[in-house]
Design a protein around this ligand. Structure first.
Ligand code: P1T
Length: 388
């Protein structure tokens, strides 16, 4: 099958899962879950079809890695046991003691925790900047900087940064640019096409899509970096299990359909919230009043399914509102078929100190919604009764 000419939805279904018609094979339409932890060989020095031991290579995980690479227009893909496992493995491949990272000041709280409380112990420094302003990124680069790390849209403030612009700075200074593409998924944005070096995913979110599997992925084009990452993926060992690879493969097949519905519901919720007297501010890149709306439109093919808003009142008003919802689940995470809502200050970003949260704009009344694919009337009715 010629994969390069195929459309996104076709690749989501077929890439990495071409039926095997060779003698002895069964022509499975769906890649089986290969549970065997080890692979026998006939000759001491020749692993059968390249397979030796499950941590280094597994056929189900390989199929997922091939599919995700196809979706991100990447040459190579690697699947990990979580988004943070992918991030950790990448950081070990790119950095050594004494190196420095320039990172967006609005990132998933767990990523900040990884930089500030784990990698700092290995003398790896980080400077956080508002990456919506490219000059701040450039000015933060030190002689020992090796990596620029961004999310766009960012979590939870949905800020957008200029991926192509930052990739030019990274290339000119010979730095690696990693873009966490979790919020838009490859359906709406392809950072490698915009010049990024590595795409990072928490596949726990839209890629898995059903809130039932934890995973992470790295997608890239450089053969040298791929070799380094493969080595570390095996050496560190944070690989995606065969069963979780299967669940993710199953989930990602409907990514195109789901993303359209997530986005449609996010738009309708954003417009509903915008006119509500108890809402102070709605943040959604699809709204024309979003400060980087034009940039979002130019570098992505959609705005995604996550939005945030400021509820009028105090933190206890925000908590009372959240606790009254029936359909929309009060839960961390995002990107599943079910709508989720959360209070970043108390939940996903509680590991970020309060003064830093306030500096970047994560107030105690900021609420984040991951719009699911349910009937929109039911979602709006649920919000309405919680406001009342
Ligand atoms: O949870 P895990 O699969 O390890 O992925 C971490 C991660 C990485 N990058 C982004 C942008 C993320 O949003 C996450 C995880 N985020 C949540 C759990 C959340 O509710 O925001």
């Amino acid at each position: 099958m010629k994969e390069l000419q195929q459309g996104f939805a076709t690749k989501a279904v077929h890439a990495g899962e071409n039926p095997d018609f060779r003698e002895g094979a069964t022509g499975d339409v769906v890649v089986p879950i290969h549970l065997s932890t080890t692979f026998a060989r006939e000759k001491v020095n020749i692993p059968t079809a390249g397979y030796e031991y499950v941590r280094s290579l597994n056929p189900t995980r390989k199929a997922l890695e091939t599919k995700l690479a196809a979706l991100e227009n990447a040459r190579y893909g690697l699947a990990f046991s979580s988004g943070l496992a992918a991030e950790t493995t990448l950081l070990t491949a790119l950095l050594k003691s004494g190196d420095h990272i320039v990172a967006f000041d609005d990132l998933y709280g767990g990523t900040k925790r990884l930089f500030n409380h784990i990698f700092n112990n290995y003398h790896i420094g980080v400077t956080f900047v508002d990456a919506t302003d490219i000059s701040l990124v450039e000015n933060a680069i030190l002689p020992q900087t090796r990596l620029i790390w961004i999310e766009s849209p960012s979590n939870p403030l949905l800020k957008i940064c200029d991926i192509a612009g930052i990739s030019k700075i990274a290339a000119a200074r010979k730095l690696a640019l990693a873009v966490d593409n979790t919020f838009l998924s490859p359906y709406f944005q392809k950072p490698l096409d915009l010049g990024a070096d590595i795409v990072v995913h928490s596949s726990t979110k839209y890629i898995g899509g059903h809130s039932d599997v934890l995973g992470g992925a790295l997608l890239l084009n450089s053969p040298d970096l791929y070799e380094k990452l493969q080595y570390r993926q095996n050496a560190v060992g944070a690989v995606l299990s065969p069963f979780d690879s299967y669940l993710t493969l199953r989930g990602v097949k409907t990514l195109a359909l789901r993303m359209e519905q997530h986005q449609q519901n996010a738009f309708l919720i954003a417009n509903y919230l915008r006119q509500h007297p108890k809402v102070k501010k709605v943040i959604y890149p699809g709204l024309e009043n979003h400060p980087q709306h034009a940039l979002a439109k130019a570098q992505s093919t959609g705005f995604g399914g996550v939005l945030s808003f400021e509820i009028a009142g105090s933190r206890s008003d925000a908590e009372a509102f959240l606790e009254k919802l029936h359909i929309i689940a009060l839960a961390e995470s995002l990107g599943g078929v079910e709508s989720l809502i959360e209070l970043p200050a108390a939940m996903t970003h509680s590991s970020v100190p309060k003064e830093i949260r306030e500096q970047v704009g994560i107030t105690d009344t900021l609420i984040r919604i991951s719009a699911g694919i349910e009937n929109i009337n039911d979602l709006i009715a649920d919000l309405e009764q919680a406001f009342d």
